[in-house]
Write a protein that binds this ligand. Sequence first.
Ligand SMILES: Cc1cc2nc3c(=O)[nH]c(=O)nc-3n(C[C@H](O)[C@H](O)[C@H](O)COP(=O)(O)O)c2cc1C
Length: 176
Amino acid sequence: MKKILAFGGSNSSDSINKELANYAASLVEDAQVTLLDLNDFDLPIYSKDLEAKSGIPENAKKFHQYIKETDGIVLSLAENNGAYSSAFKNLFDWMSRHESKLFMGKPMLLMATSTGRKGAAYVLAMAHSRFPYHDAKIVAEFSLPLFHDKFADGKITDMQFDDELKDAVKLFQNQL
Ligand SMILES: Cc1cc2nc3c(=O)[nH]c(=O)nc-3n(C[C@H](O)[C@H](O)[C@H](O)COP(=O)(O)O)c2cc1C
């Protein structure tokens, strides 16, 4: 059975991105899913000085260990002012100092959702162009706009978007 790591790029306790990541991961067949929450990996704000003084925090290493041990990554990014959430960017920065090629070529289903009409398209584009430098193997992408209109009770209620996600999950599944 393949191991899947799913998480939202957010520290909201009610993160819509974590919900989407959880739903997408549940569609992967014959997989053991580990759902992570960024709140369980508390980290100081990255600083060069702090790194020189204290090294890489254990929680950044711990999160990276999950990536090391998984067969595939299901990630949904929150968009704040057109970019990564502070919590995700901070984790990303710390992990990149631990291991620059941090995604280790693991197949990735890259997603984003927001409450707005654009479905966090800016952060998705940002990750699409940046993650490959960190050895991300993005095999499928998906964006869900207007989350609160299209998602309820743990799943997508808009059939067109649900079919689109299922096609993306198939592409991901075939690469595991
Ligand atoms: C500071 C801030 C900036 C935001 N910027 C954007 C944005 O640029 N684009 C967008 O679609 N939504 C934006 N939103 C709304 C988020 O999509 C919404 O808060 C969403 O729930 C965030 O995902 P999360 O629940 O996984 O944290 C912003 C929200 C906050 C609090």
